[in-house]
Design a protein around this ligand. Sequence first.
Ligand code: NDP
Length: 394
Amino acid sequence: MSVLQIGAGGVGGVVAHKLAMNAKTFGEITLASRTLSKCQEIAKSVLEKTGVQIQCKSVDADSVDELVALINEIKPKVVINVALPYQDLSIMEACLRTKTHYLDTANYEHPDTAKFEYKEQWAFDKAYKEAGIFALLGSGFDPGVTNVFCAYAQKHYFDEIHSIDILDCNAGDHGYPFATNFNPEINLREVSSKGRYWQEGKWIETEPMEIMQVWDYPEIGEKDSYLLYHEELESLVKNIKGLKRIRFFMTFSQNYLNHMRCLENVGMLRIDEVEHNGSKIIPIQFLKTLLPDPASLAGRTIGKTNIGCYITGLKDGKEKTIYIYNVCDHQECYKEVNSQAISYTTGVPAMIGAKLIVEGKWGGEGVFNMEELDPDPFMEELNTQGLPWKVLEF
Ligand code: NDP
Protein backbone atom coordinates (compact mmCIF):
# COMPACT_ATOMS: atom_id res chain seq x y z
CA MET A 1 0.00 0.00 0.00
CA SER A 2 1.26 3.49 -0.83
CA VAL A 3 -0.06 7.02 -1.24
CA LEU A 4 1.29 10.02 -3.17
CA GLN A 5 0.72 13.58 -1.95
CA ILE A 6 1.52 16.49 -4.29
CA GLY A 7 2.00 19.96 -2.75
CA ALA A 8 4.07 20.97 0.27
CA GLY A 9 2.54 24.31 1.30
CA GLY A 10 0.42 25.18 4.35
CA VAL A 11 -2.24 22.58 3.58
CA GLY A 12 0.36 20.03 2.42
CA GLY A 13 2.07 20.19 5.81
CA VAL A 14 -1.14 19.18 7.58
CA VAL A 15 -1.97 16.40 5.12
CA ALA A 16 1.49 14.85 5.51
CA HIS A 17 1.26 14.86 9.33
CA LYS A 18 -2.24 13.39 9.27
CA LEU A 19 -1.29 10.69 6.74
CA ALA A 20 1.58 9.73 9.03
CA MET A 21 -0.75 9.60 12.03
CA ASN A 22 -2.80 7.07 10.03
CA ALA A 23 0.21 5.26 8.56
CA LYS A 24 -1.31 1.83 9.26
CA THR A 25 -3.97 2.64 6.66
CA PHE A 26 -1.78 4.41 4.13
CA GLY A 27 1.44 2.38 4.18
CA GLU A 28 4.33 4.09 2.35
CA ILE A 29 3.79 7.89 2.13
CA THR A 30 5.49 9.97 -0.58
CA LEU A 31 5.38 13.76 -0.55
CA ALA A 32 6.25 15.45 -3.85
CA SER A 33 6.29 19.13 -4.74
CA ARG A 34 8.14 21.61 -6.92
CA THR A 35 10.60 22.60 -4.18
CA LEU A 36 12.22 19.52 -2.64
CA SER A 37 13.49 21.40 0.44
CA LYS A 38 9.89 22.21 1.48
CA CYS A 39 9.02 18.51 1.37
CA GLN A 40 12.11 17.71 3.42
CA GLU A 41 11.22 20.32 6.05
CA ILE A 42 7.75 18.79 6.41
CA ALA A 43 9.20 15.26 6.51
CA LYS A 44 11.50 16.32 9.38
CA SER A 45 8.58 17.64 11.43
CA VAL A 46 6.49 14.54 10.61
CA LEU A 47 9.32 12.30 11.83
CA GLU A 48 9.71 14.32 15.05
CA LYS A 49 5.99 14.40 15.79
CA THR A 50 4.93 10.91 14.70
CA GLY A 51 8.07 8.78 14.29
CA VAL A 52 7.01 8.02 10.71
CA GLN A 53 9.51 8.45 7.86
CA ILE A 54 7.97 9.78 4.65
CA GLN A 55 9.66 9.85 1.23
CA CYS A 56 10.31 13.15 -0.57
CA LYS A 57 10.40 13.81 -4.33
CA SER A 58 10.59 16.83 -6.58
CA VAL A 59 8.01 17.11 -9.37
CA ASP A 60 6.67 19.78 -11.70
CA ALA A 61 2.95 19.08 -11.52
CA ASP A 62 2.33 21.15 -14.65
CA SER A 63 4.06 18.36 -16.60
CA VAL A 64 1.85 15.33 -17.20
CA ASP A 65 4.86 13.27 -18.32
CA GLU A 66 6.78 13.98 -15.09
CA LEU A 67 3.70 13.09 -13.05
CA VAL A 68 3.10 9.84 -14.97
CA ALA A 69 6.73 8.80 -14.38
CA LEU A 70 6.42 9.53 -10.64
CA ILE A 71 3.09 7.72 -10.28
CA ASN A 72 4.48 4.69 -12.16
CA GLU A 73 7.47 4.62 -9.81
CA ILE A 74 5.40 4.83 -6.60
CA LYS A 75 2.23 3.03 -7.73
CA PRO A 76 0.02 4.78 -5.15
CA LYS A 77 -3.55 3.72 -4.42
CA VAL A 78 -4.56 7.42 -4.58
CA VAL A 79 -2.96 10.73 -5.53
CA ILE A 80 -3.78 13.58 -3.12
CA ASN A 81 -3.51 16.91 -4.91
CA VAL A 82 -2.83 19.78 -2.50
CA ALA A 83 -0.76 21.83 -4.94
CA LEU A 84 -2.58 24.79 -6.52
CA PRO A 85 -5.86 24.75 -8.48
CA TYR A 86 -3.81 25.44 -11.64
CA GLN A 87 -2.42 21.88 -11.48
CA ASP A 88 -5.78 20.05 -11.19
CA LEU A 89 -6.12 19.14 -14.85
CA SER A 90 -2.55 17.91 -15.36
CA ILE A 91 -2.74 15.76 -12.22
CA MET A 92 -6.16 14.37 -13.23
CA GLU A 93 -4.76 13.56 -16.67
CA ALA A 94 -1.74 11.77 -15.14
CA CYS A 95 -4.06 9.75 -12.87
CA LEU A 96 -6.13 8.79 -15.87
CA ARG A 97 -3.10 7.62 -17.84
CA THR A 98 -1.89 5.52 -14.90
CA LYS A 99 -5.39 4.37 -13.79
CA THR A 100 -4.95 5.82 -10.29
CA HIS A 101 -7.63 7.32 -8.00
CA TYR A 102 -7.51 11.13 -7.60
CA LEU A 103 -8.46 13.61 -4.84
CA ASP A 104 -8.19 17.42 -4.54
CA THR A 105 -9.41 20.29 -2.36
CA ALA A 106 -10.07 23.10 -4.84
CA ASN A 107 -11.50 23.23 -8.34
CA TYR A 108 -9.57 24.07 -11.45
CA GLU A 109 -8.66 27.66 -12.12
CA HIS A 110 -6.98 28.93 -15.23
CA PRO A 111 -3.99 31.12 -14.28
CA ASP A 112 -5.09 33.87 -16.73
CA THR A 113 -8.76 34.11 -15.67
CA ALA A 114 -9.93 34.68 -12.10
CA LYS A 115 -12.85 32.29 -12.52
CA PHE A 116 -13.36 28.80 -11.21
CA GLU A 117 -15.84 26.20 -12.32
CA TYR A 118 -16.14 22.42 -12.39
CA LYS A 119 -16.70 22.14 -16.16
CA GLU A 120 -13.22 20.95 -17.10
CA GLN A 121 -12.98 18.50 -14.20
CA TRP A 122 -16.48 17.08 -14.69
CA ALA A 123 -15.47 16.54 -18.34
CA PHE A 124 -13.12 13.75 -17.10
CA ASP A 125 -16.13 11.75 -15.86
CA LYS A 126 -16.58 9.54 -18.95
CA ALA A 127 -12.87 8.75 -19.24
CA TYR A 128 -12.61 7.97 -15.50
CA LYS A 129 -15.63 5.66 -15.77
CA GLU A 130 -14.06 3.85 -18.72
CA ALA A 131 -10.76 3.52 -16.82
CA GLY A 132 -12.61 2.26 -13.71
CA ILE A 133 -11.11 4.94 -11.45
CA PHE A 134 -12.51 7.37 -8.89
CA ALA A 135 -11.97 11.13 -8.61
CA LEU A 136 -13.07 12.94 -5.45
CA LEU A 137 -13.32 16.71 -5.99
CA GLY A 138 -13.09 19.30 -3.23
CA SER A 139 -12.18 17.25 -0.16
CA GLY A 140 -11.17 20.26 1.99
CA PHE A 141 -13.43 22.13 4.42
CA ASP A 142 -15.26 24.49 2.11
CA PRO A 143 -15.63 22.87 -0.36
CA GLY A 144 -15.51 19.51 1.34
CA VAL A 145 -16.89 19.18 4.83
CA THR A 146 -19.57 21.77 4.02
CA ASN A 147 -20.80 19.52 1.17
CA VAL A 148 -20.79 16.53 3.53
CA PHE A 149 -22.72 18.56 6.16
CA CYS A 150 -25.40 19.22 3.51
CA ALA A 151 -25.57 15.54 2.54
CA TYR A 152 -25.78 14.56 6.23
CA ALA A 153 -28.58 17.06 6.86
CA GLN A 154 -30.41 15.72 3.81
CA LYS A 155 -30.03 12.12 5.03
CA HIS A 156 -30.83 12.56 8.74
CA TYR A 157 -32.67 15.86 9.32
CA PHE A 158 -34.84 16.81 6.34
CA ASP A 159 -37.31 15.43 3.84
CA GLU A 160 -36.74 18.55 1.77
CA ILE A 161 -34.00 21.18 2.01
CA HIS A 162 -35.12 24.67 0.97
CA SER A 163 -32.20 26.98 1.76
CA ILE A 164 -28.53 26.64 2.63
CA ASP A 165 -26.24 29.39 3.90
CA ILE A 166 -22.63 28.25 4.13
CA LEU A 167 -20.89 30.33 6.79
CA ASP A 168 -17.11 30.66 7.04
CA CYS A 169 -15.88 32.61 10.05
CA ASN A 170 -12.23 33.05 10.90
CA ALA A 171 -11.89 34.96 14.16
CA GLY A 172 -8.14 34.36 14.29
CA ASP A 173 -5.59 37.12 14.85
CA HIS A 174 -2.05 36.72 13.47
CA GLY A 175 -0.81 40.14 14.55
CA TYR A 176 0.31 41.27 11.06
CA PRO A 177 -1.30 44.37 9.48
CA PHE A 178 -2.25 42.19 6.48
CA ALA A 179 -1.79 38.55 5.51
CA THR A 180 -3.86 35.80 3.92
CA ASN A 181 -4.54 32.45 5.57
CA PHE A 182 -3.88 30.39 2.50
CA ASN A 183 -2.12 30.98 -0.80
CA PRO A 184 -2.40 34.80 -1.22
CA GLU A 185 -2.84 34.67 -4.99
CA ILE A 186 -5.70 32.16 -4.85
CA ASN A 187 -7.27 33.87 -1.81
CA LEU A 188 -7.19 37.43 -3.20
CA ARG A 189 -8.44 36.36 -6.62
CA GLU A 190 -11.39 34.71 -4.88
CA VAL A 191 -12.41 37.52 -2.55
CA SER A 192 -11.93 40.39 -5.01
CA SER A 193 -14.19 38.74 -7.61
CA LYS A 194 -17.90 39.47 -8.03
CA GLY A 195 -20.26 37.69 -5.62
CA ARG A 196 -22.90 35.26 -6.82
CA TYR A 197 -25.70 33.22 -5.25
CA TRP A 198 -28.47 30.96 -6.53
CA GLN A 199 -32.17 31.53 -5.99
CA GLU A 200 -35.24 29.93 -7.59
CA GLY A 201 -33.25 28.40 -10.43
CA LYS A 202 -31.19 31.49 -11.31
CA TRP A 203 -27.71 32.78 -10.52
CA ILE A 204 -27.72 36.35 -9.16
CA GLU A 205 -24.50 38.34 -9.45
CA THR A 206 -23.43 41.02 -6.95
CA GLU A 207 -20.55 43.48 -6.83
CA PRO A 208 -17.60 42.29 -4.68
CA MET A 209 -18.57 42.58 -0.97
CA GLU A 210 -21.91 44.20 -1.88
CA ILE A 211 -24.01 42.07 0.50
CA MET A 212 -23.09 42.05 4.19
CA GLN A 213 -24.99 40.23 6.90
CA VAL A 214 -24.19 39.87 10.60
CA TRP A 215 -24.24 36.21 11.69
CA ASP A 216 -23.93 35.02 15.26
CA TYR A 217 -21.30 32.26 15.34
CA PRO A 218 -21.40 29.79 18.27
CA GLU A 219 -18.30 30.09 20.53
CA ILE A 220 -17.27 33.29 18.66
CA GLY A 221 -20.16 35.78 18.56
CA GLU A 222 -21.50 38.22 15.97
CA LYS A 223 -19.36 38.99 12.92
CA ASP A 224 -19.81 40.96 9.70
CA SER A 225 -20.03 38.36 6.94
CA TYR A 226 -19.88 39.06 3.21
CA LEU A 227 -21.54 37.18 0.39
CA LEU A 228 -19.02 35.57 -1.99
CA TYR A 229 -19.30 33.07 -4.79
CA HIS A 230 -17.75 29.78 -3.70
CA GLU A 231 -17.24 26.64 -5.75
CA GLU A 232 -19.36 24.21 -3.72
CA LEU A 233 -22.46 26.21 -4.68
CA GLU A 234 -22.14 24.88 -8.24
CA SER A 235 -22.25 21.20 -7.28
CA LEU A 236 -24.75 21.55 -4.40
CA VAL A 237 -27.28 23.25 -6.70
CA LYS A 238 -27.02 20.19 -8.92
CA ASN A 239 -27.09 17.55 -6.19
CA ILE A 240 -29.45 18.80 -3.42
CA LYS A 241 -32.92 18.31 -4.81
CA GLY A 242 -35.69 20.80 -4.01
CA LEU A 243 -33.26 23.59 -3.09
CA LYS A 244 -34.67 27.12 -3.48
CA ARG A 245 -31.70 29.24 -2.42
CA ILE A 246 -28.01 28.76 -1.60
CA ARG A 247 -25.49 31.41 -0.54
CA PHE A 248 -21.97 31.57 0.89
CA PHE A 249 -20.74 34.08 3.50
CA MET A 250 -17.23 34.73 4.79
CA THR A 251 -16.14 37.04 7.61
CA PHE A 252 -13.66 39.85 6.93
CA SER A 253 -12.46 42.58 9.25
CA GLN A 254 -12.63 46.21 8.11
CA ASN A 255 -8.84 46.22 8.26
CA TYR A 256 -8.61 43.33 5.78
CA LEU A 257 -11.12 44.97 3.43
CA ASN A 258 -9.34 48.35 3.55
CA HIS A 259 -6.03 46.72 2.64
CA MET A 260 -7.63 44.71 -0.13
CA ARG A 261 -9.38 47.75 -1.65
CA CYS A 262 -6.18 49.74 -1.53
CA LEU A 263 -4.17 46.94 -3.19
CA GLU A 264 -6.85 46.64 -5.86
CA ASN A 265 -6.96 50.39 -6.46
CA VAL A 266 -3.22 50.59 -7.04
CA GLY A 267 -3.26 47.59 -9.39
CA MET A 268 -1.52 45.08 -7.12
CA LEU A 269 -4.26 42.46 -7.63
CA ARG A 270 -3.86 42.45 -11.42
CA ILE A 271 -3.32 38.98 -12.88
CA ASP A 272 -2.02 40.15 -16.28
CA GLU A 273 1.62 40.83 -17.13
CA VAL A 274 3.01 44.35 -16.74
CA GLU A 275 6.39 45.79 -17.83
CA HIS A 276 8.64 46.61 -14.90
CA ASN A 277 12.22 47.87 -15.44
CA GLY A 278 12.55 45.92 -18.66
CA SER A 279 11.11 42.65 -17.34
CA LYS A 280 7.58 41.37 -17.16
CA ILE A 281 5.88 40.74 -13.80
CA ILE A 282 2.38 39.73 -12.71
CA PRO A 283 1.46 42.13 -9.87
CA ILE A 284 -0.51 39.59 -7.76
CA GLN A 285 2.42 37.14 -7.92
CA PHE A 286 4.83 39.88 -6.83
CA LEU A 287 2.46 40.70 -3.96
CA LYS A 288 2.58 37.03 -2.92
CA THR A 289 6.37 37.36 -2.63
CA LEU A 290 5.97 40.34 -0.30
CA LEU A 291 3.23 38.97 1.97
CA PRO A 292 3.90 36.60 4.88
CA ASP A 293 3.94 32.94 3.84
CA PRO A 294 0.59 31.55 5.14
CA ALA A 295 2.46 28.61 6.69
CA SER A 296 4.43 31.14 8.79
CA LEU A 297 1.19 32.37 10.44
CA ALA A 298 1.05 29.15 12.39
CA GLY A 299 2.28 29.67 15.91
CA ARG A 300 1.39 33.37 16.01
CA THR A 301 -2.35 33.05 15.21
CA ILE A 302 -4.73 32.97 18.15
CA GLY A 303 -8.51 32.52 18.15
CA LYS A 304 -10.97 30.17 16.51
CA THR A 305 -12.71 29.38 13.25
CA ASN A 306 -16.36 28.40 12.94
CA ILE A 307 -17.43 26.97 9.58
CA GLY A 308 -20.83 25.43 9.01
CA CYS A 309 -24.13 25.23 7.16
CA TYR A 310 -27.32 26.97 8.22
CA ILE A 311 -30.05 24.91 6.62
CA THR A 312 -33.83 25.29 6.45
CA GLY A 313 -36.43 22.90 5.07
CA LEU A 314 -39.21 20.48 5.92
CA LYS A 315 -39.33 17.35 8.11
CA ASP A 316 -42.58 15.40 8.48
CA GLY A 317 -44.46 18.38 7.04
CA LYS A 318 -43.03 20.82 9.61
CA GLU A 319 -40.56 23.67 9.02
CA LYS A 320 -37.14 23.05 10.50
CA THR A 321 -33.83 24.93 10.79
CA ILE A 322 -30.44 23.59 11.82
CA TYR A 323 -26.86 24.87 12.02
CA ILE A 324 -24.25 22.16 11.62
CA TYR A 325 -20.70 23.32 12.27
CA ASN A 326 -17.16 22.79 13.47
CA VAL A 327 -15.13 25.08 15.72
CA CYS A 328 -11.36 24.87 15.37
CA ASP A 329 -8.74 26.56 17.54
CA HIS A 330 -5.63 27.97 15.80
CA GLN A 331 -3.30 27.27 18.72
CA GLU A 332 -4.52 23.68 19.16
CA CYS A 333 -3.71 23.03 15.48
CA TYR A 334 -0.25 24.46 15.97
CA LYS A 335 0.40 22.18 18.93
CA GLU A 336 -0.70 19.13 16.98
CA VAL A 337 0.80 19.63 13.50
CA ASN A 338 2.59 23.06 13.43
CA SER A 339 -0.22 24.65 11.43
CA GLN A 340 -2.92 27.33 11.69
CA ALA A 341 -6.59 26.38 11.58
CA ILE A 342 -7.27 27.29 7.93
CA SER A 343 -4.65 24.84 6.66
CA TYR A 344 -5.72 22.32 9.34
CA THR A 345 -9.42 22.42 8.45
CA THR A 346 -8.46 21.82 4.80
CA GLY A 347 -5.76 19.19 5.32
CA VAL A 348 -7.65 16.91 7.72
CA PRO A 349 -10.61 16.36 5.34
CA ALA A 350 -8.17 15.71 2.48
CA MET A 351 -6.63 12.90 4.53
CA ILE A 352 -10.08 11.58 5.53
CA GLY A 353 -11.23 11.47 1.89
CA ALA A 354 -8.09 9.53 0.98
CA LYS A 355 -8.57 7.20 3.96
CA LEU A 356 -12.11 6.33 2.90
CA ILE A 357 -10.88 5.63 -0.64
CA VAL A 358 -8.03 3.41 0.57
CA GLU A 359 -10.39 1.54 2.94
CA GLY A 360 -12.91 1.07 0.12
CA LYS A 361 -15.65 2.93 2.06
CA TRP A 362 -15.88 5.61 -0.62
CA GLY A 363 -15.43 4.79 -4.26
CA GLY A 364 -17.02 4.40 -7.62
CA GLU A 365 -16.19 4.99 -11.24
CA GLY A 366 -16.08 8.55 -12.52
CA VAL A 367 -15.80 12.04 -11.07
CA PHE A 368 -17.67 12.79 -7.82
CA ASN A 369 -18.36 15.75 -5.56
CA MET A 370 -18.44 15.11 -1.84
CA GLU A 371 -22.22 15.30 -1.34
CA GLU A 372 -22.72 12.41 -3.78
CA LEU A 373 -21.17 9.93 -1.31
CA ASP A 374 -22.61 8.49 1.92
CA PRO A 375 -21.84 11.20 4.54
CA ASP A 376 -21.86 8.88 7.58
CA PRO A 377 -18.34 7.39 7.45
CA PHE A 378 -16.86 10.83 6.73
CA MET A 379 -18.77 12.41 9.65
CA GLU A 380 -17.50 9.66 11.97
CA GLU A 381 -13.89 10.29 10.90
CA LEU A 382 -14.24 14.06 11.48
CA ASN A 383 -15.02 13.37 15.14
CA THR A 384 -11.95 11.21 15.68
CA GLN A 385 -9.40 12.99 13.45
CA GLY A 386 -9.56 16.47 15.01
CA LEU A 387 -12.61 18.21 13.53
CA PRO A 388 -15.59 17.36 15.78
CA TRP A 389 -18.91 18.84 14.74
CA LYS A 390 -22.17 19.86 16.41
CA VAL A 391 -25.75 20.35 15.29
CA LEU A 392 -27.97 23.12 16.69
CA GLU A 393 -31.68 22.68 16.08
CA PHE A 394 -33.74 25.87 16.17
P1 NDP B 1 0.58 26.99 -0.80
O1 NDP B 1 0.86 28.06 -1.79
O2 NDP B 1 1.00 27.16 0.61
O3 NDP B 1 1.20 25.59 -1.32
C1 NDP B 1 1.08 25.16 -2.64
C2 NDP B 1 2.08 24.06 -2.87
O4 NDP B 1 1.94 23.61 -4.22
C3 NDP B 1 3.53 24.51 -2.70
O5 NDP B 1 4.24 23.49 -2.06
C4 NDP B 1 3.98 24.68 -4.15
O6 NDP B 1 5.33 24.45 -4.37
C5 NDP B 1 3.21 23.56 -4.81
N1 NDP B 1 3.16 23.78 -6.26
C6 NDP B 1 2.74 24.89 -6.92
N2 NDP B 1 2.90 24.72 -8.23
C7 NDP B 1 3.43 23.49 -8.40
C8 NDP B 1 3.84 22.75 -9.52
N3 NDP B 1 3.72 23.23 -10.76
N4 NDP B 1 4.36 21.53 -9.32
C9 NDP B 1 4.49 21.01 -8.07
N5 NDP B 1 4.13 21.66 -6.98
C10 NDP B 1 3.60 22.90 -7.13
O7 NDP B 1 -1.01 26.70 -0.87
P2 NDP B 1 -1.94 26.12 0.29
O8 NDP B 1 -1.25 24.97 0.92
O9 NDP B 1 -2.41 27.25 1.10
O10 NDP B 1 -3.19 25.57 -0.57
C11 NDP B 1 -3.13 24.32 -1.22
C12 NDP B 1 -4.45 24.04 -1.91
O11 NDP B 1 -5.50 23.97 -0.96
C13 NDP B 1 -4.87 25.12 -2.93
O12 NDP B 1 -5.39 24.48 -4.07
C14 NDP B 1 -5.96 25.86 -2.21
O13 NDP B 1 -6.87 26.45 -3.11
C15 NDP B 1 -6.61 24.73 -1.44
N6 NDP B 1 -7.43 25.16 -0.29
C16 NDP B 1 -8.67 24.58 -0.14
C17 NDP B 1 -9.48 24.95 0.91
C18 NDP B 1 -10.74 24.22 1.16
O14 NDP B 1 -11.31 24.36 2.25
N7 NDP B 1 -11.26 23.43 0.26
C19 NDP B 1 -9.08 26.01 1.87
C20 NDP B 1 -7.72 26.48 1.68
C21 NDP B 1 -6.95 26.09 0.59
P3 NDP B 1 6.43 25.66 -4.26
O15 NDP B 1 6.62 25.81 -2.80
O16 NDP B 1 7.62 25.15 -4.99
O17 NDP B 1 5.81 26.88 -4.91
